[in-house]
Design a binder for this molecule. Structure first.
Ligand code: ANZ
Ligand code: ZN
Length: 859
């Protein structure tokens, strides 16, 4: 996920981009062509705020920040494809964001509708919900925020709700948690839409229910506060009007508040004998727990089966018990608690239920599932209901009354209405706006040259749209642009589009819902428009998603006051026992989200400056599994530092050893040999001792484990521990170098460097170069042109033989299996390589027994 160019790279960036850099480098070593791009999510409010505060232009501010962050990214050696860089605020990017908007507009998926927004009357601007504090005041001006109804642009994401929900199933490599969050956000619900008749000329209301089987237990109807019938009644019922006013402030979905509407009642539309029913014996309420924008803004209240309905009923109609129709298979005792919300029961009448209907006809004994179907069918026959699917998700409001965003490419004409800006006039450029225009209202409205224009259709005077787009619109398609960042005729060309989808997408879990949902939606839309052929991929943009955890900082607080302590207030002479300088008291230590007010931030560039990029990267990966919170403890970085020093020293040691410090005559110096030809090109005519084979295999084993950590388990912390263990093994071998073939040692070291190189590119490259130069290669090629080791370990063909002399165990010998059938002479020669045995075999041999795993010699 690309960053917002705030101007400062933080540890969270370092973490996510180190992970992706390791994967990119690793995959390249494995022969893949990897696209590892980087770009900037550059539109948005902070740039505009900076413009207000410092009187600079948002474009200049953004550009400076990008330059700064690019430099910081170079510090940690991230190997990005800068030639694919995108910047969402540059005209050759937002031209295509505008084009995509127009494609949506053409298909009726971008439209205008009045919507309630937060209006700051002092700053004269629209605020996002997050910019309104708990007291309903603007975060910036402090003014009480007003609700206003303004015409806004919406994107019809609900048209894709079903697909977005259904295709979550195919995303096998996405975290379950993220899929669940998306599922809940979309909120697909299968149920029935029921027409409820109302008394006294009110016609009827529709309700949506997920439990049509509970129809005959319905005891009230509840309408949303803004339901047309409620609004109409409020005109003549002043009690109702004042109830609505109060209830509107209630933002609690469990609220029991309610108002019984006067002179209006409802009927259960059919009776159990399947006749139309108009008895009008059901009260109608309005209640804030009914959402105006879900279903039909109306609920059939079934206190016997729904928790909320039950609570509501108890409060408002305490004299009437809650009726039930569904009972668990086991008979309910009267005492047993209401409501019964389970779905495993069957429909029952009063012979089973204390407060049920006398007789439920054909429904008796039907399961919930059967009854749901049957009731829906029976309603349908009278045209009083039908199966229906509802969604929680709403259309996407993209209008922002802001300057620093992509202008919505629409012209408003008196006679033609909203008209698309023709393709050849794209992009609609953001005009440069002087700093003093910022702060109050939308600065674009004050630029006459921008606003005044001609209608593209009729040529008459027109007004250009001054709303800009939500930045989520910019980031909903940027991954396409990476594949074809310089295309100036299309957002992405057909050849480049074949590279979609993205194999691996890494980012914060804070984007689990909106960004990922919008990206999935736009990706599906672009496929439907033929911009890429998404069908083989279920039109999904991201095959694998990894959400990395946050980086938390060490936080010191005064145990008495709870005050956050600045670093210079704490005495850290003894790292294990910090003290508050002033009082000598031990501070509380916690790990919390880094923030200026907690003095717990760490600057990655400072860390890299102290320890180098490789150590910082290794420490970052080693400290925690990718998806967990990472508690940043700089004092523990020495572990990674020491490891890299050991790797460098190991190279020096190998280089300094004279060739006679290694195993010399293969046939003499080792006790036993494998007869497998190991990688014959590399080790011609060499047979390995078991120690050598063990080292050879160790290298392959760790190489495979590291590859699995990246390809399969995505557990980057274990990569570092594997590399450390391999370093130890190799260090041990070099200490006993006379038992090892020199080429094997050098090759193992090279393989260690290759395995390390995705994590610690500079150390690996440097050690590589030094080694090759010492070997006489004049200008060594980069380690990144090497291949990642993928050979399988080789099983030793040696087996253990227990040696007995005169019935006593005299030692063990590792030898080829064939020793069991070798000649006696051969056996004596081989067992004599064991010193202890050689000393005992003095006299003539009476008897020699040879078996698999056992040699017995009687002297
Ligand atoms: C009767 C009933 C009986 C219900 C019962 C539930 C249990 P989901 O599954 O989330 O879609 N409902 C419908 N419209 C509503 C609105 N605008 N505001 C608040 N609640 C609303 O939820 C569907 C259920 O939520 C519907 O099924 C309805 O209550 C309620 F034993 O109808 B039910
Ligand atoms: Zn016109």
């Amino acid at each position: 996920m690309f960053p917002y160019p705030s101007g400062v790279l933080h540890l969270g960036h370092l973490r996510v981009y180190t992970i992706s850099d390791v994967v990119a480098r690793f995959k390249r070593l494995n022969g893949y062509k990897v696209i590892h791009p980087m770009g900037w999510d550059a539109f948005g409010l902070p740039a505009e705020n900076a413009a207000v505060e410092r009187n600079i232009n948002p474009a200049d501010w953004t550009e400076t920040n990008i330059a700064k962050m690019k430099e910081q990214m170079e510090f940690f050696l991230a190997d990005f494809d800068w030639d694919r860089e995108v910047n969402t605020s540059s005209p050759d990017y937002y031209k295509w964001t505008q084009k995509i908007f127009l494609m949506l507009f053409e298909k009726g998926l971008a439209y205008r509708k009045a919507a309630e927004i937060n209006w700051d009357p002092v700053d004269q601007t629209v605020l996002a919900n997050e910019q309104v504090d708990a007291d309903g005041r603007s975060w910036r001006s402090g003014a009480i925020v007003e609700k206003r109804n303004l015409e806004q642009w919406f994107i019809g994401i609900t048209k894709y709700a079903h697909e977005l929900n259904q295709d979550l199933q195919v995303l096998e490599d996405w975290p379950e948690k993220v899929k669940t969050m998306q599922k809940n956000w979309i909120g697909e619900s299968q149920g029935t839409e029921i027409v409820i008749p109302l008394s006294s000329g009110f016609g009827d209301v529709k309700v949506f229910t997920s439990r049509p089987d509970t129809l005959f237990s319905m005891q009230f109807i509840a309408l949303a506060l803004n339901h047309p019938i409620v609004e109409q009644l409020a005109k003549t019922d002043s009690d109702l009007a004042s109830f609505i006013k109060k209830a509107q402030k209630i933002d609690d979905p469990t609220s029991k508040a309610g108002y019984k509407l006067k002179n209006i009642t409802a009927s259960i539309p059919i009776d159990v004998n399947n006749n139309v029913n108009k008895t009008f014996n059901i009260p109608v309420y309005t209640a804030p727990y009914v959402l105006g924008n879900y279903g039909h803004g109306a609920v059939m209240g079934c206190p016997g089966h729904d928790e909320r309905d039950f609570e509501f009923w108890k409060l408002h109609e305490p004299a009437t018990p809650a009726a039930q129709i569904v009972a668990p298979k086991k008979r309910l005792s009267e005492k047993e608690e209401y409501p019964y919300t389970g779905k495993t029961g069957v429909l029952q009448d009063k012979s089973v239920l204390p407060y049920g209907l006398e007789n439920i006809g054909e429904y008796k004994g039907k399961s919930v599932k059967e009854a749901m179907k049957l009731i829906t069918k029976n309603l349908e026959a009278h045209d009083l209901g039908k199966a229906s699917t509802q969604y929680r998700i709403r259309d996407w409001l993209i209008s922002r009354q802001r300057y620093w965003g992509a202008p919505i490419p629409i012209v408003h004409c008196q006679s033609c209405g909203p008209v698309a800006v023709p393709d050849e006039e794209l992009p609609v450029l953001l005009p440069k706006v002087e700093g003093y225009h910022f702060g109050k209202g939308n600065p674009l409205e004050k630029v006459d040259e921008f606003v005044d224009c001609k209608c593209p259709k009729c040529g008459g005077d027109a007004r250009r749209e001054t709303d800009t787009m939500d930045t989520f619109m910019d980031s909903s398609w940027y991954f396409f642009r990476y594949l074809d960042s310089k295309n100036n005729t299309l957002p992405i060309g057909p050849e480049a589009a074949k590279k979609m989808p993205v194999d691996l997408y890494i980012g914060g879990v804070e984007h689990a819902i909106l960004h990922l949902l919008y990206s999935r939606f736009i990706t599906k839309f672009l496929s439907d428009c033929g911009l890429w052929n998404g069908k083989p991929h279920h039109k999904e943009p991201f095959k694998k998603l990894v959400t990395q955890g946050m980086v938390h900082g060490k936080t010191y607080t005064d145990p008495k006051t709870g005050r956050f302590l600045k670093p210079n207030e704490v005495d850290l002479t003894d790292a294990n026992a910090p003290l508050i300088k002033k009082t000598g008291v031990t501070p509380n230590i916690t790990f919390e989200k880094m923030s200026k007010s907690k003095y717990n931030g760490a600057d990655p560039t400072v860390c890299i400056g102290k320890y180098g990029a490789d150590v910082t990267r290794a420490h970052m990966l080693f400290s925690a599994p990718v998806s967990d919170i990472l508690n940043w403890q700089e004092e523990q970085i020495s572990g990674s530092d020491r490891w890299l020093r050991r790797v460098i020293q190991l190279g020096d040691a190998i280089g300094e050893l004279p060739s006679d410090a290694f195993k010399q005559d293969v046939s003499k110096s080792s006790q036993s040999f494998t007869n497998v030809t190991l990688n014959s090109e590399q080790y011609p005519e060499i047979k390995f001792s078991s120690e050598e084979l063990a080292l050879y295999n160790e290298v392959r084993k760790y190489a495979k484990s590291i590859a699995d950590s990246i390809n399969v388990t995505f557990s980057f912390n274990t990569i570092i521990s594997d590399l450390m263990k391999l370093t130890n093994s190799l260090t041990g071998a070099v200490k006993t170098s006379n038992q090892y073939n020199r080429d094997l040692i050098i090759d193992s070291y090279k393989k260690l460097l290759i395995c390390m190189s995705p994590v610690t590119p500079s150390t690996s490259e440097e050690c590589w170069e030094r080694l090759l130069q010492a070997e006489g290669v004049e200008s060594p090629p980069s380690i990144f042109h090497e291949k990642y080791p993928t050979e399988e370990p080789i099983e030793s063909n040696l087996v253990k033989f227990n040696i007995f002399i005169n019935g006593k165990h005299a030692g063990t010998l590792e030898a080829l299996k064939t020793l069991a059938t070798a000649s006696d002479e051969e056996i004596i020669t081989q067992v004599s390589t064991i010193d202890k045995v050689a000393n005992t075999i003095t006299g003539p041999i009476k008897k020699l027994i040879k078996k698999q795993g056992m040699i017995s010699i009687v002297l």
